[in-house]
Design a protein around this ligand. Sequence first.
Ligand code: ATP
Ligand code: MG
Length: 187
Amino acid sequence: MFGGTFDPPHVGHLVTAVNVRHALELDVVLLVVANDPWQKSGARQVSPAADRLALVEAAVGVVDGLEASAVELERGGTSYTADTVSELRRAHPDVELALILGSDAAAGLPTWERVDEVRQAARIVVVTRPGAEAGVPPPGWEWEPVETPRLDVSSTDLRARVAGGRPLDYLVTPQVIACIEERGLYA
Ligand code: ATP
Ligand code: MG
């Protein structure tokens, strides 16, 4: 599972998901859309979860082995990865779970709700950039690095691009651009 706010999903997310899936021979990578990303929603306006899910569905539509997951929207309320991990474990008891994290997310692990449950139930996979010393999980954590091409793209920059009338081309998929326009997001 690869969780995020995905406001909007971009090539950094997609390249990460595709390459971790390949490197670890995962059956599927679930892009789990946070219903209420509590560490963000206090600090800024987050787009409605239904819009972000539609964007992720648009983004993964054409890519093999990637799936948009609505599990946190269906559960509702504040999104804690600990709850999602235990829900996925219950639904798929024989499946090995891996949690994919960007380095900023890995460094933030100590701030997560009931993070020890996450740690016990899933492999922790951290995406690293060749040669770079980036954020890693805290000392004592068991985790595996996967090297992926580093694309310096962020949703924050993309939202500012739309607001400023600057192009999104090649930073998100054409389907995501169409979905942003249809829903009038970030303007
Ligand atoms: P924002 O700018 O709003 O924080 P973001 O681009 O960081 O958005 P998130 O939804 O916050 O996207 O990130 C979801 C996950 O994707 C996190 O684990 C994060 O570390 C990872 N991630 C974000 N951007 C990239 C990128 N360019 N390359 C690889 N992983 C990324
Ligand atoms: Mg982020």
